[in-house]
Structures are given as C-alpha cells and as structure tokens.
Design a protein around this ligand. Sequence first.
Ligand SMILES: Nc1nc2c(ncn2[C@@H]2O[C@H](COP(=O)(O)OP(=O)(O)OP(=O)(O)O)[C@@H](O)[C@H]2O)c(=O)[nH]1
Ligand SMILES: [Mg+2]
Length: 371
Amino acid sequence: MITETVNRCAGCGVLLQTEEKGKLGYIPAEAMDKEPLICQRCYRIKHYNESSSITLQQDDFLKLLGHVGQTKALVVKIVDIFDFEGSMISGLARFVGSNPVLLVVNKIDLLPKVTNANKIINWVQRRAKEENLKVVDIILCSAKKNIGFDRVITAVQEYRGNMDVYVVGATNVGKSTLINRLISDYSDLDSELTTSQYPGTTLDLVKIPLDDGKFIVDTPGIVHRHRLTEVVKKRDLARIMPDKPLKPMVFQLNEAQTLFFGALARFDFIKGEHQSFTCYTSNAVQIHRTKLERADALYEEHKGVMLAPPNLADLEELPKFVKHPLHIPKGKQMDVLISGLGWIRVNSIAGAELAVHAPKGIKVIAREALI
Ligand SMILES: Nc1nc2c(ncn2[C@@H]2O[C@H](COP(=O)(O)OP(=O)(O)OP(=O)(O)O)[C@@H](O)[C@H]2O)c(=O)[nH]1
Ligand SMILES: [Mg+2]
C-alpha cells in the first residue's frame, strides 16, 4: 500500500505537521496553501543547500520496500559507478519478488573522458552475475549531466508495461535526481524531488503519477555504513565525492612504499616488482607517498594536518584504521576499492602483496579492474 500524498512533502515524502518546529515534517501553517507542499527541511536543502540528512535504519528501509515484492512493478535499481560494490544492495532479490529489475549505473560522467562504454557494460554484467543479481537490462547514464537518458526512458517504458516503477538503491546514488529528470523529460510536471550531496535526503516513499494512472515511486536510500561517504563529516563529503571526471594519478612505486589518502586511508605496497598504481580518487584528497618503514611515524606526526582530510578533531571521531592484507595474483589486472573513496588500479604483471588501512567497517575489496 502506498500512502496518500496529500499530507506528505513533495520533496522527501515525510508526513507533514504544523505543530512542532524543528521536528521532522514541520511546515509553517501559512505554507500549507502553497503548491507544492514542501517541508521546512527540504525548503532549506533546496534554497540554502543546507545539510540535514536523516538516516533510515535498515529495518525501516526493508519495511518500506517490503511491499514491492507483493505488487507488480518494475524495479529500477540504481548503482553509483564511483562506488559500485559499496552501493549495491545485497539481498535485493528478497524484496523484489518476481518483479523485473532494471539495473541503472549512474554517475558515468565521473569516469575519465576516454572510457569505453561497452567495456564498462561488460564489466557491470560480469559483476552483477557474480553478485547473483538477475536483471532485464543494464544501462549506463548520468542523471546529472544528462548522458544516456534516451536509453533510460525507452527501457523504463519497455519494461514497465503498465506497471508502477520503484526506484531503489543505496543513499546518494542519484535516485531522486534521476526521477526528476525522467519527469521533466516525460511530462509537463515540475520536478520537485529534493536532492542533495548528503546521503539520507529522501525520507519516505514519494509517488509521482504517470500518464496511465500508474506511479513512479522514489524511495529513501538504504544506508550502508561500509561506505566512507556515510561516516565522514559533512564538510569532508564534498571533498571525497568527485564532481568532475576523475583525473587518475599514476604512481610508480617500489616495494615497501606507502600512499596516504589524506588520513582517510593508507595503501601499502609491501612486496613485488617495481610497478605502477593508478589512483581514481577525488582531486581534493591529497595523496602522499612515503616509505613503508616511515609510514607509522609519518601518520602520527602529520595526521589531520598535512595528512588531511579529515582534520584532527574529525579524525578522532572516525573509527580507527584496520589493516586489510591483499594479494594480487600474477597477470591479473585488479582494482583495490575503498568504498566511497575510490579505487587504486594495480597494473601488475608480476603480482603484488598489498595492505590497505581504512577506518574500521569500511569495505575494502580487490576486484577485476574497471578501466
Ligand atoms: N556526478 C554526478 N552526480 C550525480 C549524478 N546524479 C546525482 N548526482 C549527485 O549525487 C547526489 C545525490 O543525489 P540524490 O538524487 O539526492 O540521491 P538519492 O539517491 O536520491 O539520495 P537519498 O535520497 O539520500 O537516498 C547529489 O549531489 C546529486 O547532484 C550523476 O549522474 N553524476
Ligand atoms: Mg533521494
């Protein structure tokens, strides 16, 4: 059952109330006769770019999406190409039921300009298979930069038939941005959904009518605490999330050398032949190279100052580093993904022994190279 939209915010789906200022869903009584109805929080996000995100608990999220499996709908699952593994929802199949899933890989504008789209599609196909995700189709797009949108529109039309459409995914992958674009390209309606660079913007289901009486439904993102973007302070979010195409940085390293990504992560090349490592991270995160034997001391002396972000006070609140040993086999082209921060491509022919130090809980994996 989808709840009525009458008393809900058109931006984030929250139930509106005029009684308690400062509480969720508050709207000044005099704003109740304006159109569209927007809660004060959305108003502030839209007009002052204010950061006011609320994180939904996993249980609430599953409850919200629980009924998708019982209705007939097309499920559009959005994944962020910058954090593919971090933004995948595992166990999607459980609540999707027998409904078709269209996988939309968003934010492809962030990939370096020269990237070959077919290669990316093939890569996504293999990754989806490994994750046991059955999809009717895979589409690459950029909701923000309007790339690949014709394909999104045709695919949604083709696969939804006369069903509702649910747009689901992790927080911040661009669900609301994508629906806003669909609506403005599809119809004369204004696009009202609130979007922001902070995760946790959409709070409840928001249903938007389509021509045939069916709905496209925006949903709150599922929170994945294993993404760095969910644990850093708001002021650092803009620095770790790229907003322009990635400009990879190449480092030629000898064994026993280390790279620091601010004080957010540390990458040790422990053993292997001299080789190059390509870092796909936001330009605003400074990378420092040092000797492995110096790394602990350098961190202690410079964390939060030269090694930043985060600053010293914020670093205190970040979970302590945990070490992830990684083995890159001979002849494999692999990425080391640090969820939310980006990835390091290991251009190894001879193999490499590595270790990544990242805040406890942050997902670190080695995967087949994306680019
Ligand atoms: N570079 C890039 N950024 C995008 C793209 N689509 C969305 N964004 C940005 O990603 C951020 C999150 O977008 P939203 O649409 O609010 O994401 P959401 O999935 O609805 O997030 P929640 O409601 O928090 O779950 C915003 O800063 C968007 O501008 C894209 O195609 N490319
Ligand atoms: Mg949203």
